[in-house]
Design a protein around this ligand. Structure first.
Ligand SMILES: Cc1cc2nc3c(=O)[nH]c(=O)nc-3n(C[C@H](O)[C@H](O)[C@H](O)COP(=O)(O)OP(=O)(O)OC[C@H]3O[C@@H](n4cnc5c(N)ncnc54)[C@H](O)[C@@H]3O)c2cc1C
Ligand code: FES
Length: 288
């Protein structure tokens, strides 16, 4: 084999978007009873990808399967790349229980992002339900840490119960560094002293300028629809609201059609979309 052909053969697996690159679990942090953050480093060489907040990777638990998981760390943050996984089925269970030192596969990053680069003079209202904070976490850290921003950052979080609030240390850190952070729970326990109710009840409690606001929303689809309605009622333009959608994925790159929603492929055209009446119709039709 000539040298060029040999090099091509060695490099080709890294270039094939369907071939996972092996990463080692270097840390594992239990966020809540069923949510775990995995810190991943390539098994060899430097990290082969850069990403923008909101994008996702396909994570492989070898011998079990592959799932779409958002990158939950901020771009450019020092240290390993993080993914936060909720244990809902066979593959996510296998990832959530992956031991430190074990190896997983990573393909990506794929999909659209929150577009935070262009928000310097905007107020950014971020609304998260449950594990929906994971795809937003990198965007929030990026916005809070970005020097020279003039707009404010508002982080509104809803969780079912107090012990299901994810990233409590980040919530404290973002508040300390200038963000307005508010958390509400559906069902309080005896130690809960904060707000009670669905996350939309927090919207009227923040003092933002709707005319210069961008909103980023992630959570169950019904929560996102009610949040969009609440934001529009407060004067935010529909075109200034972005949501992240989830569908069952296989290829992650627009080839297989598994993630189709009407004319959209969520992996290729999303997961982050500008909200619109047409998008709402697509989501609502599926909920019936
Ligand atoms: C772009 C994108 C980003 C995502 N980011 C994250 C993330 O950061 N953290 C995280 O924990 N999960 C995330 N998910 C969801 C994750 O991919 C699913 O939970 C996972 O595929 C479930 O696989 P499983 O084999 O463990 O469970 P399964 O046995 O396949 O399913 C268990 C349950 O989850 C439901 N389910 C399966 N796939 C999905 C899906 N894609 N969306 C909604 N419900 C589903 C099933 O209907 C079933 O009720 C993301 C999904 C997408 C499309
Ligand atoms: S997952 Fe294959 S087309 Fe989107």
């Amino acid at each position: 084999m000539c040298m060029d052909a040999m090099l091509l053969t060695e490099v080709e697996p890294l270039l094939n978007p369907l071939t996972p690159v092996t990463y080692r679990v270097v840390a594992r942090h239990v966020e809540t009873g069923d949510v775990v953050t995995l810190s991943l480093e390539p098994t060899s060489g430097p990290s082969p990808f850069s990403f923008k907040p909101g994008q996702f990777n396909m994570l492989t638990s070898f011998g079990v399967g592959e799932v779409a998981i958002s990158i939950s760390s901020a771009p450019g943050a020092p240290g390993p790349v993080e993914h936060t996984v909720r244990d809902v089925g066979a593959i996510t269970h296998s990832l959530c229980t992956a031991a430190v030192g074990s190896v997983v596969g990573v393909r990506g990053p794929f999909g659209t992002d929150w577009g935070v680069d262009g928000f310097d003079d905007k107020d950014v209202v971020i609304v998260a339900g449950g594990i929906g904070l994971a795809p937003l976490r990198g965007a929030i850290s990026y916005l809070v840490d970005k020097p020279g921003r003039t707009g404010r950052v508002y982080v509104l979080v809803g969780a079912r119960e107090p012990d299901q609030i994810t990233f409590p240390d980040d919530l404290k850190r973002w508040e300390r560094d200038g963000a307005v952070v508010k958390v509400t729970v559906d069902v309080p326990d005896s130690r809960w002293w904060g707000a009670i109710g669905v996350v939309t009840t927090l919207l009227p409690t923040i003092d933002f300028d709707p005319a210069r606001t961008v909103a980023l929303v992630c959570g169950p689809e019904i929560m996102m629809r009610f949040t969009v309605r609440g934001l529009v009622d407060l004067g935010v333009a529909l075109a200034s609201i972005r949501v992240s959608l989830e569908r069952n994925m296989q290829c992650g790159i627009g080839w297989c059609g598994h993630c189709q929603l009407g004319p959209l492929l969520i992996c290729r055209d999303g997961p982050v979309f500008d909200y619109s009446a047409a998008l709402e119709k697509l989501i609502s039709e599926r909920e019936r």
